[in-house]
Design a protein around this ligand. Structure first.
Ligand code: HAS
Length: 554
């Protein structure tokens, strides 16, 4: 059934796994560098190249490819039909794959002397840091390719609706399309930044860029992109975790409302990354702080639904009591335990997010290693561990091969969980003591950082120990996946049809207007115009290309 789409899903997941493998190795080097183990082997510039490669491969490449692969499976399965035109599909997959190769080679230029390129601009790549044009072209290809995937999903939906005009959109397709609409809306910001400013600047066509304007365009994208990473994990938590738990999702409509809230609220909040930037009035920052607190709502709703659906599953399996039902859950199944542990960690990461979002308290943690602590819990675990967990369930379907090394697979999520708790605890605590993020450190070697309980020696040890556990866990995951892939063909039927149980309260219990994507997308655009119209207009007044950080009156 749909072997072509199974192949496309497989290929996307394969590229994602290559990215996570190489990116993970660079991550280990990062932790060693931080703890002074390998500092003398690398120059400061090489440190930034390694950090750039780690961030780009993990946060941009792994996430985007895995999402597109997962959604290819979900859309095909839930609509019961394949893509419209294979040439289009091959086209976007090729663009998406060429892009990261180009960007990665540009980063390698800093580590390999015969490559005449450079890119030490980190995964946030905003000005005034400048990379070789190839780095930006590569990222642009990745984004444009992923837009092509979004168009393919919309096209499938359109075809399906022609034959099913009065039927509610299947939930998995609804979630995938809502996520891709959010992606179209937010990535427009980074596309403008790259195509009209950074690329012409690095080619020498324009002498300067307005750093405030380009940073704002970046962060317009840069916060919403975190929900582009998170929503595929929510896709799994809503549609598959209830099944892994042995039960059913509570409510289909609630899931739709959550995804629509993300579509509406994810983008008009990016200024919370710029609380410390001059040139943006406090009033505008305050407004976006308030919107940030609204975006907590769909995640808090998710926390309720996820736990309630897990409890439903546990009770189906004979679980009883107020909390002892937890024991009835299939903790030995890595697809389940990975998702549940990812959720648990996300509760802590989300709490950190609430701290970050406070306009005043942000000053305490901004640009400290607290922030990497936060995002290793969110994207580095809530998202990454969920992706690994679902791979254990999805891969046998997509390859027609049986999962191998089941014991290794069963242990892997726990190793990741412990490694991340240890590493991110150290990062948060060091951050509170003011230890900066993203620095090759010589200029800070004379500074004493006072940690409340112990000293940097202890937290550095935790950082390295945690990172080592994470690396071992990643290796276990990759061994299981590779060995499964190399296994005997035909052990399982090759199909894109894994059974997903219907929610307890189905789609028809909710209003049909939830499926009106045109309406919701239009409101999302309107909110963006309201939130960003004034700050962008003010910045442009100070010159499109001229340095424009002069203070702007409130
Ligand atoms: Fe964030 C910085 C605010 C969520 C990623 N964030 C970052 C950066 C990244 C990132 C990568 O306001 C750094 C960017 C850089 O390099 O400079 N973040 C938030 C807020 C949320 C949030 C308010 N972030 C995320 C997610 C990410 C992510 C999700 C990736 C996927 N973040 C900020 C701010 C900054 C920031 C500032 C800038 C800091 C600075 O100054 O630089 C919220 O969306 C969080 C809401 C989440 C919750 C948790 C709900 C819990 C759930 C789990 C339930 C399941 C359970 C399982 C309990 C309210 C859904 C039960 C299990 C059993 C076994 C029973």
């Amino acid at each position: 059934e749909h072997p072509f789409e199974a192949k496309i899903a497989r290929l996307n997941i394969a590229v994602a796994l290559v990215a996570v493998g190489i990116g993970g190795l660079f991550g280990l080097l990062q932790a060693w560098f931080r703890a002074d183990f390998v500092r003398s082997f690398f120059s400061p510039t090489q440190y930034y190249a390694i950090l750039t490669a780690h961030g780009v491969l993990m946060a941009l490449v792994f996430t985007t490819f895995f999402t597109v692969g997962l959604f290819t499976w979900g859309v095909t399965r839930s609509l019961g039909r394949g893509f419209h035109d294979r040439r289009v599909t091959w086209g976007w997959f090729t663009l998406m794959t060429l892009g990261p190769i180009l960007s990665f080679v540009s980063v390698l230029g800093e580590l390999v002397s015969w490559i005449p390129l450079h890119a030490t601009v980190l995964y946030t790549f905003y000005a005034p840091l400048e990379a070789s044009p190839t780095f930006y072209v590569g990222l642009a290809l990745l984004v444009v390719g992923s837009w092509g995937a979004g168009v393919d999903f919309l096209w499938s939906l359109y075809d399906w609706q022609q034959h099913n005009p009065d039927t509610r959109i299947p939930l998995q397709t609804f979630m995938a399309v809502a996520t891709m609409l959010l992606w179209f809306l937010c990535s427009a910001g980074v596309a403008i930044e790259v195509v009209f400013f950074l690329l012409p600047w690095s080619l020498g066509w324009i002498p300067a860029v307005n750093p405030l304007l380009t940073r704002t365009l970046f962060w317009y994208f840069g916060h919403a992109v975190v929900y582009f990473w998170l929503l595929p994990a929510y896709f799994v938590w809503y549609s598959l975790l209830p099944k892994f738990s042995g039960g059913r999702l509570l409510s289909d409509s609630l899931a739709r409302v959550v995804f629509l809230l993300f579509l509406l609220l994810s983008t008009p909040v990016g200024l919370h990354h710029q609380f410390s930037d001059p040139g943006i009035s406090q009033g505008l920052k305050f407004v976006q702080m308030v919107s940030t607190y609204f975006i907590l709502l769909p995640s808090l709703m998710t926390a309720f639904t996820v736990v309630a659906s897990m409890e439903h599953g546990a009770r189906q399996r004979g679980g009883t009591g107020r909390l002892s039902w937890l024991r009835a859950l299939p903790w030995e199944n890595p697809a389940f335990s990975g998702c549940a542990l990812a959720g648990l960690i996300f509760a802590a990461g989300g709490f950190g997010g609430m701290v970050n979002a406070g306009l005043n308290i942000n000053a305490m943690i901004h640009n400290t290693i607290w922030v990497p602590g936060h995002f290793h819990l969110t994207v580095g675990t809530a998202v990454a561990l969920t992706f690994m967990a679902v791979t254990y369930w999805l891969l046998p379907q997509l390859t027609g091969k049986r999962l191998r090394h089941r014991t290794l697979a069963a242990v892997q999520p726990y190793l990741w969980f412990v490694g991340m708790v240890v590493m991110s605890n150290a990062m948060h605590r060091e951050g509170l003591a003011g230890v900066p993020r993203r620095t090759s450190l010589p200029q800070y070697s004379q500074v004493t950082f006072n940690l409340p309980i112990t000293g940097l020696g202890e937290t550095h040890l935790q950082l390295v120990g945690g990172a080592a556990l994470l690396f071992v866990s990643l290796c276990c995951f990759l061994v299981v996946v590779l060995q499964t892939w190399r296994g005997e063909r035909g052990a399982m039927p090759l199909a894109v049809n894994g059974h997903v149980p219907e929610p307890l309260s189905g789609a028809d219990a909710g209003p049909g207007i939830l499926d009106d994507f045109r309406l919701w997308f239009a409101i999302a655009v309107l909110l963006v115009v309201i939130a960003y119209g004034i700050p962008i207009a003010q910045m442009i007044q100070h010159g499109l290309f001229a340095p424009g950080s002069a203070p702007i009156p409130a």
